[in-house]
Design a protein around this ligand. Sequence first.
Ligand code: SAM
Length: 282
Amino acid sequence: MSELLDIQTITKICELVERESGIHLDLSKEYLLKTRLAPFIKKHKFGTQIDFTTQILANPKYLHEVVELLTTNETYWFRDDRLWSILQQQLIPDLLDDLIHNRRRNVSIWSSACSTGQEPYSIGMSIMNEIDKRGISKDYYRLFRILATDLSDNNLHHAQKGIYSSAQMQRGTTEDHMTYFKSTHNNCHQIHPELGQIIEFRKLNLLSPFHYELDKFDLVFCRNVLIYFKEDMKNEILKKIHNTMESDAFLILGSTEAILQDQLFTFEPRYKNICYKKRLNT
Ligand SMILES: C[S@@+](CC[C@H](N)C(=O)[O-])C[C@H]1O[C@@H](n2cnc3c(N)ncnc32)[C@H](O)[C@@H]1O
């Protein structure tokens, strides 16, 4: 079966996946491609390389399936300790202070490659925890809106259901977080409806134009996705993100995705340079 995936076919698949998702793959990922595509080839009983590539080109459903198989979904709760301690100890408390003192009417947050939901739910739990800790009205929950988007239908479906296995729970949650879940059968845990209510999930390809009915965002998470894109595509996406942000908004990238010199964003020393501030007049 793997003989179906010769160098030419793999190159073609890499081109198609990059065109559809921006994810840059090349022959160095040959092993990964072969492993992830093997069940797909078996399922659809493709006979030859030509059969395989023509069918993928002709049938959007197949292409969609291939992109789903080749995106990396790796995620977990409160990923990157340093970030979450700044968020929970400084940034979220500051945003809540702004609401309490009428310096903002609401807070819009965007988790732009949310995978199976652990990132937006971690944001939601941190917000609810801050509100509960202060003993103020739960009405404040609803002043926060989190939009969570991803390219992958499978990931969004999982995120929306909000049910996680114990193996998934073990990657980042502690006993304290259990108030935001209820146990279900088979040792799984489901997100509490109150937390689900402040998050809206939607499909969005970062390569497409961004059309939002929403207000601009105060905080944007774009973590561990730009690393898969080529430089020019990454810069294009950062420009579009910049346009979706309020003038005093912050951008948070993955820990290995630093922007060094940039006209669009600058480090924010107030939050230990862990997030970027939008530059104005660019
Ligand atoms: C490694 S996960 C990162 C999840 C989360 N942000 C985190 O840091 O834990 C990358 C996610 O990016 C999504 N993705 C890949 N290409 C995308 C695109 N062009 N538009 C939107 N999402 C994309 C994948 O489906 C996957 O869920």
